[in-house]
Design a protein around this ligand. Structure first.
Ligand SMILES: O=P(O)(O)OC[C@H]1O[C@H](OP(=O)(O)OP(=O)(O)O)[C@H](O)[C@@H]1O
Ligand SMILES: Nc1nc2[nH]cnc2c(=O)[nH]1
Ligand SMILES: [Mg+2]
Length: 169
């Protein structure tokens, strides 16, 4: 089934902003892993989780980085999430304990619900969160309202905008 979501507002994120926010999340999780404070690996949920996962792995000095590919949306229409590519089994262990699973945002929470069912003991971190998805995420930086669509820098380009006061009559 495909659902069209009403998005009243747009929240536009720059490269600089997501870099700062991913660093803030890494700072918060530094030393909080279950193995003497360490995390064993960072796993990014593709595609949106790749940029935050890379920044966090860099900040936390984690070289074991993998991906899980979950597809949930076609443009702004939601479809049933499904795993296209799993991470390496020996990185995840039996239940994901010690692994930091990172995504750019949680919206309805259905992507994380699916990944959580596979790796229940992993730590789930997103940069942005909408209220419906908050119960599915362990750590996040900024909450936005459910009717907001978040635009990421990789989906945008610099463009001319008209001044508020037009010059031509
Ligand atoms: O909480 P949910 O309602 O499940 O939505 C959140 C997911 O939706 C987006 O991914 P998408 O499936 O659009 O794929 P992409 O990361 O490849 O853009 C986003 O990057 C999250 O992974
Ligand atoms: N870019 C983007 N992808 C999403 N997937 C689910 N919600 C969103 C959102 O607000 N922005
Ligand atoms: Mg995604």
């Amino acid at each position: 089934m495909t659902t069209r979501l009403p998005h009243e507002k747009g929240f536009h994120i720059s490269w600089d902003q997501i870099h700062r926010d991913a660093r803030a999340l890494a700072w918060r999780l530094d030393g909080k892993g279950p193995i003497e404070g360490n995390w064993s690996a960072v796993v990014g949920i593709t595609r949106g989780g790749l940029v935050p996962a890379m920044i966090m792995a860099r900040e936390l000095d984690i070289r074991t980085v993998d991906t899980i590919s979950v597809k949930s949306y076609n443009h702004q229409s939601r479809t049933e999430p499904h795993v296209i590519k799993p991470p390496q089994a020996d990185i995840m262990g039996a239940d994901g304990e010690g692994v930091l699973i990172v995504d750019d945002l949680v919206d309805t929470g259905r992507t994380l619900e699916l990944v959580r069912s596979l790796y229940p003991k992993a730590h789930f971190a997103t940069i942005y969160a909408k209220p419906m998805g908050v119960p599915m995420v362990d750590s996040y930086v900024t909450e936005v309202s459910q009717d907001t669509w978040i635009f990421f820098p990789w989906d945008m380009a610099l463009q001319y905008v008209q001044p508020y006061r037009g010059t031509d009559a």
